[in-house]
Design a protein around this ligand. Structure first.
Ligand SMILES: [Zn+2]
Ligand SMILES: [Zn+2]
Length: 291
């Protein structure tokens, strides 16, 4: 797989490149060499030596950086972003306006295999759901799974139903969504766990216990060692978020149970914020463990 570089590294590169004439070339060289092993010292050295570090070269470097990062972003509009995290697994990110936190980005997962797809969580709006569905292709989507009863998981359900896509959640989620007076509910239910056959693989939806809500479940793709934690899992350095429906005592226990049962995870997608690895699970455990 292609080596990824971080946003911070690109920003450093841009800053360093633009300030070149004021920056010691050694410092610049260090940040440039981090960016890509494709940029060979032999190729760059002459530019440093005779001071021809031109706008053109900067542009070339930025393009190289840009392509590397953007290569994982498969679609981007004002209201939807789709990133590829593994050969068949994608993260969808959409945006929600809230009174308390302003604009909040919300994540979901897409798994596509042999022209069949499953989506975990709808975008919060119908508009973003429409874009998401048309990017995948409505006829491919076998199921949309709602991982808890809040709007950032089921706000776009109407659009999925209009496209004839089957929706699923636990019975508990239906109960809580009804109580919350949600106008559109998932149409199929399961108790604690459900396996979906997508292409040639099994994708699991499973309840491990309370945390962010009473009903929060996760999605798991064994083949790609990928977990969609939903709002049960926090991104690194995230605050505790909305706790009105949470059980903060049970939360760390639930994550530990999940870790024990699925020990070989490589990719973890949280409900909000940046995806990562199992450090997100440990961060969440720590966040809700009393010190
Ligand atoms: Zn929630
Ligand atoms: Zn959430």
């Amino acid at each position: 797989m292609e080596e990824e570089i971080t946003e911070v590294e690109i920003k450093e590169c841009i800053k360093a490149a633009l300030r070149y004439h004021k920056v010691k070339s050694k410092k610049l060289w260090v940040s440039l060499s981090k960016i890509s092993n494709k940029i060979k010292s032999a190729w760059l050295r002459p530019y440093f030596m005779d001071g021809q570090f031109s706008i053109l070269l900067i542009a070339t470097l930025l393009t190289a950086c840009g392509q590397k990062t953007i290569s994982s972003v498969k679609f981007k509009s004002d209201i939807l972003k789709i990133e590829q995290l593994a050969p068949n697994t994608f993260q969808h990110t959409t945006y929600m306006e809230t009174e308390t936190w302003g604009t909040v980005s919300c994540n979901g997962m897409i798994y596509i295999d042999h022209d069949e797809a499953i989506v975990f969580d709808t975008p919060p709006t119908d508009e973003a759901s429409k874009e998401l569905i048309s990017w995948i292709g409505a006829s491919k989507i076998k199921a949309v799974v709602v991982t808890h009863f809040h709007i950032d998981c089921l706000g776009g359900l109407r659009t999925f139903h209009n496209e004839g896509i089957a929706s699923y959640s636990t019975k508990q989620t239906i109960k809580l969504a009804k109580k919350n007076l949600e106008p559109v509910l998932p149409r199929n239910t399961f108790q604690r766990e459900e396996e979906f056959e997508i292409g040639e693989e099994i994708v699991l939806a499973k309840y491990f216990g309370e945390g962010h809500t009473k009903d929060n479940i996760i999605g798991y793709v064994e083949k790609e060692k990928t977990l969609f934690g939903g709002c049960l899992v926090k991104s690194l350095n995230a605050p505790k978020g909305f706790l009105g429906d949470a059980d903060v005592m049970a939360w760390p226990r639930t994550i530990r149970k999940l870790k024990n049962e699925i020990p070989n995870l490589e990719i973890v997608i949280p409900g909000h914020g940046k995806s990562g690895g199992t450090e997100l699970l440990d961060y969440t455990i720590n966040l809700f463990t009393e010190k």
